[in-house]
Ligand binder design. Structure first.
Ligand code: E4P
Length: 217
């Protein structure tokens, strides 16, 4: 399962790239707004830092403007993935961009029916938002299971990109279901390393080691 970083913060991305776990980056208009920076400059900069796909989202809602925005974003770098919302105009834009060879991430997916349409429109990635579904008492991971089953059934090549991740358990659940990608807020990627017994065990090993007076180097 690939791990993308869900961030438009250059500092955060740089810090996590060193781990070697960042296979790509996703951004959205809210993350760009939070960064306080220009979208075109930010996406171009992230694309230079990361080898994998970098999702950059259109802001328009009508087909013609969305397509123009998508083409402009795609021209920034070869690893730009244009992100479009799961609307009729978004899927139309997805189809045209895919025919031109551009990678497309269809976002704001909340039902398996929507995911089916995105795959039929040729989406490279579908982004179901598990956390936002859980927030309203629905079953986010149940949606991932449904989408994976449908895509497997018809050998659909659209990759399931689990988005709106709120916990490390979401990551484990996504992996258990065979999702292709998870996009993680930096704090969740950091939390994946952690367990109190790892910290406790390491402290004991260090203390015992110091008692030996030895040095490996
Ligand atoms: C990523 O592609 C999504 O935009 C993001 O994961 C949404 O996360 P949120 O629900 O925490 O805003």
């Amino acid at each position: 399962m690939k791990i993308f970083l869900d961030s438009a913060d250059i500092g955060e991305i740089e810090a996590h790239i060193a781990s070697g776990f960042v296979d790509g980056v996703t951004t959205n208009p809210s993350l760009i707004a939070k960064s306080g920076r220009n979208i075109l400059e930010t996406i171009a900069q992230i694309c230079e830092m990361v080898d994998g796909p970098v999702s950059a989202e259109v802001a328009a809602t009508d087909f013609e403007t969305m397509l123009k925005e998508g083409k402009k974003l795609a021209a920034l770098a070869p690893n730009v993935t244009v992100k479009v919302p799961l609307t009729e105009a978004g899927l139309r834009t997805c189809r045209v961009l895919r025919e031109a060879g551009t990678q497309v991430n269809v976002t704001l997916c909340f039902t398996a029916g929507q995911a089916l349409l995105a795959a039929k429109a040729g989406a490279t990635f579908i982004s179901p938002f598990v956390g936002r579904l859980d927030d309203i008492g629905h079953d986010g991971m149940g949606l991932i299971e449904e989408i994976c089953t449908i895509y497997d059934q018809y050998d659909m090549t659209t990759e399931v990109l689990v988005a709106s991740v709120r916990s490390t358990q979401h990551v484990v659940d996504a992996a258990m279901l065979g999702a292709d990608v998870v996009t993680l807020p930096p704090k969740i990627l950091t939390a994946l390393y952690k367990h109190p017994l790892t910290d406790k065990g390491l402290a004991a090993f260090i203390s015992d080691w110091e008692g030996t007076g030895q040095s490996i180097l």
